[in-house]
Design a protein around this ligand. Structure first.
Ligand code: ADP
Ligand code: ZN
Ligand code: ZN
Length: 746
């Protein structure tokens, strides 16, 4: 037996597996995931690596193979668990072991640990002033400058003093000897939040959980104390106080000496949210976000390694925080698409969290007002435990929702994007000095074609997903490849008002400013949030009442609580309904429900106007009633009928290459191979089709879909395909990626 070892995952050049022989004393002891010390390179430098597997037939001549020296000390036991997790991810999501390891292991860019030195004044004000006079009289300018600076601000950073006040180090030393000041050293962890947070703990007022919240937390706690680590779905309407329940659970786990990870969609990782966690757990909270530099990330991990952190909050990647005693993983807004990785391995944080929990004896709590169909379905099957919060806290009512049929508006001669109802309510709120959010549902940029007179949408007759307009004018199904020519008039009612809906946030802003010149307007979209903290600035400005109306894309739907918002308008609610995507209805329902949940968070009851061309569609009708379960039933019926997840399992195989003809041939062979590998076991194969973006910078793309009720069968076929691709020369110039239960049709 030989061990397959990965030496260093941070070096692209070493992006391969090395083989080592196993000394007799380690025979039968070594396991996948263990860290070992091996000789490496010409000089046989001792270095460490991870075992990623074993083989009986090495690729190299056996007498050239070196021997493993020893197992690395147990210090990094946690990493071996993460390596096991990586192996599971490779198996379940495809890709190479190195890609999986890079995803789970913290990068050890051990740069210098930043030490921050502080210069601190030791004298009180009177003494200080006396001493200052003394320096002035003696014309000791540098000393006077330094002391004056410290009297102004008694604790200052060393570097700032030498640079800003131009005080040489020798002067600081002299004053230190004279007992005027002291130089203190502290580790500078560049946590972007901690400085502002220090004072927050004092302001915290105790919250007493409602009976419903208490019941949810207690059920979890009871299981936990009995050593039952499971997966829970905290299904609670918007504003039902889910975060308080998470914190109660985390407190319990931390009190037992364990740690917790809280995943939050990046977009909702706002000052307000983070503040609540600091308020409860103080400095033992750490935050990751994508804006941190590698150094800052590494600092956070360093703190984790030293046991200084109990709670890590962050987006998807925080799931791999190397806690030594992980007790709980919380995934807030678990239905969010951001939890699925777009890079190989294309893992889903939900399933990966459940697996990590199983490996480490930790529980997983998923939270949402609009759970993913996957999560709710597993609750029905009894795989997850459902904890329900049916009411908003403090008996606040859900907002009243009105649906406006935009076809009707057009018939009455109103061609504006604002319905009469919404305009009236905006005027009313402006008069009352209350705030308004206008939400433009823009997810449907993909180019579906619909009729503004009757709402008809052109769909694929084979797949029941909408056709997309391509530049060449043809309408194409990205799912099965079906095509038809573009339409000039509506096939259903004959109206010429058929086409794509094009209206951006900027155009809406102009329109609103013209219609309501007296209103203060803020806009939040990709353009206005490009700068660092752009998000936060707009949200805080709105929260501070600096504007009456906030216009934005889906990014305004989450995170902040705005007590003064009493009206939410949803423009073009159907935009996200007809993307060429089987999850379109689920997304639309979630977006509308979350948007409606923004209204009436304060003392005044809120109102919501949903403008749509298809008020009868169940995702819109159910969202208007805030009826998740009704939606779930309807949507599951559709998924079962069409064989889409979670009723069945779906594997997308994306093949890309520069030579279109060669790509077509290879994709055809691959499909044929997959058919032979799994065809007689109930595997359904669709495609190869040209995905929405059929070509990116001269690289062509084709996609094959494999469907089955049996996830394991898909994994088996994937493994066969991987082998086939590796030995088959025809694939050397192509790239093949696997995506299990994709969120988008490519
Ligand atoms: P969700 O995440 O379910 O939308 P949050 O946890 O954000 O809800 O709670 C909404 C608001 O209600 C927050 O301002 C929170 O502080 C407050 N809140 C939650 N639980 C309670 C409680 N038991 N008593 C008083 N206020 C609460
Ligand atoms: Zn029509
Ligand atoms: Zn089709």
């Amino acid at each position: 037996m030989y061990a397959r070892v990965i030496i260093d995952i941070t070096h692209e050049k070493l992006d391969k597996v090395f083989e080592y022989s196993i000394p007799p004393e380690l025979d039968g002891v070594l396991r996948t995931g263990m860290e070992v010390i091996v000789p490496f390179g010409r000089g046989n430098r001792q270095t460490s690596g991870y075992i990623v597997g074993f083989t009986e037939k090495p690729d190299y001549a056996p007498d050239h193979i070196k021997e493993i020296l020893q197992i690395a000390d147990g210090r990094r036991a946690i990493e071996s668990k993460l390596v096991t997790l990586a192996a599971w991810m490779k198996e379940n999501y495809g890709g190479t072991m190195i890609q999986a390891l890079k995803t789970v292991l913290p990068i050890k860019k051990k740069g210098k640990l930043l030490k921050k030195r502080l210069v601190c004044l030791l004298l009180d004000e009177d003494e200080g002033k006396k001493q200052l006079d003394f320096y002035m009289n003696k014309n000791q300018k540098a000393r006077a400058r330094l002391l004056a600076g410290l009297l102004d601000q008694p604790r200052q950073e060393y570097e700032l003093i030498t640079k800003k006040l131009h005080v040489p180090a020798s002067v600081i030393r002299t004053l230190e000897e004279q007992g005027v000041l002291s130089v203190e050293e502290q580790q500078a962890f560049r946590s972007p939040w901690s400085l502002h947070m220090a004072d927050q703990r004092r302001n915290r007022h105790e919250i007493v959980l409602s009976p419903e919240q208490r019941q949810a937390a207690d059920l979890f706690i009871k299981d936990y104390d009995q050593g039952k680590y499971g997966t829970y779905l905290l299904y609670g309407v918007t504003g039902s106080g889910k975060t308080e329940v998470y914190m109660e659970m985390i407190s319990h786990v931390v009190a037992k000496g364990c740690q917790a990870i809280v995943l939050i969609p990046e977009i909702a990782l706002t000052y307000q949210t983070v503040l609540r966690f600091y308020g409860r757990f103080g400095d033992r909270v750490s935050i990751l976000n994508s804006r941190l530099s590698p150094g800052e990330r590494s600092d956070q991990m360093e703190r984790v390694g030293r046991g200084e952190v109990d709670v890590m909050i962050g987006p998807r990647s925080a799931l791999f925080t190397p806690f030594s005693n992980l007790g709980l993983i919380v995934i807030d807004e678990e239905h969010e698409t951001a939890y699925k990785s777009e890079q190989v391995p294309r893992y889903h944080a939900r399933e990966t969290a459940v697996m990590r929990g199983r490996l480490e004896g930790a529980s997983v709590v998923l939270g949402s007002a609009t759970p993913s169909l996957e999560a709710f379905c597993r609750c029905e099957k009894g795989e997850y435990t459902c904890l329900t919060l049916a009411n908003r806290v403090a008996k606040k009512e859900l907002a009243a929702v009105y649906t406006v049929d935009m076809r009707e508006e057009l018939r009455r001669g109103n061609r504006s994007v604002l319905s009469d109802r919404l305009s009236e309510l905006i005027t009313d709120r402006l008069q009352k000095g209350q705030q308004i959010m206008l939400f433009l549902n823009r997810r449907g940029y993909a180019g579906f074609v619909s009729c503004r007179s009757c709402g008809y949408v052109v769909k694929c007759s084979h797949c029941d997903v909408s056709l997309s307009a391509h530049k060449n004018g043809r309408l194409v199904c990205h799912y099965c490849g079906y095509e038809e020519p573009a339409v000039k008039e509506c096939p259903s009612c004959g109206s010429p008002y058929i086409g794509g809906f094009k209206m951006g946030t900027e155009a809406i802003e102009d329109l609103i400013k013209r219609r309501f010149p007296q209103a203060g307007v803020l806009r939040m979209d990709m353009d206005t949030t490009r700068t660092k903290d752009g998000h936060e600035k707009i949200l805080s400005a709105f929260a501070n009442g600096e504007a009456d109306i906030l216009i934005g894309t889906q990014m305004i739907v989450k995170g902040h609580d705005f007590p003064n918002v009493t009206l939410v308008g949803v423009l073009a609610a159907d935009m996200s309904l007809y993307t060429d995507d089987y999850r379109a209805a689920e997304r639309t329902f979630a977006l509308l429900t979350q948007a409606a949940g923004r209204a009436g968070r304060g003392r005044k009851r809120g109102e919501v106007v949903i403008q749509t061309y298809s008020p009868e569609h169940y995702s819109i009708a159910c969202a208007a009633r805030q009826d998740y379960e009704g939606f779930y039933e309807e949507e599951m019926r559709y998924r079962r009928l069409m064989g889409y997840p979670p009723a069945a399992e779906l594997l997308a195989v994306l093949v890309t290459g520069e030579d279109e003809e060669h790509l077509n041939t290879a994709a055809g062979y691959l499909k044929e191979f997959a058919r032979r590998a799994g065809g007689d076991r109930g595997l359904q194969i669709i495609g190869p089709a040209s995905p929405f973006v059929g070509k990116v910078s001269d690289v062509y793309r084709r996609v094959i879909y494999l469907k089955s009720r049996d996830y394991q069968l898909l994994i088996t076929v994937k493994n066969y395909m991987e082998q086939y691709i590796e030995i088959n020369k025809g694939f050397q110039t192509l790239r093949v990626q696997f995506d299990f239960n994709p969120l988008n049709i490519f």
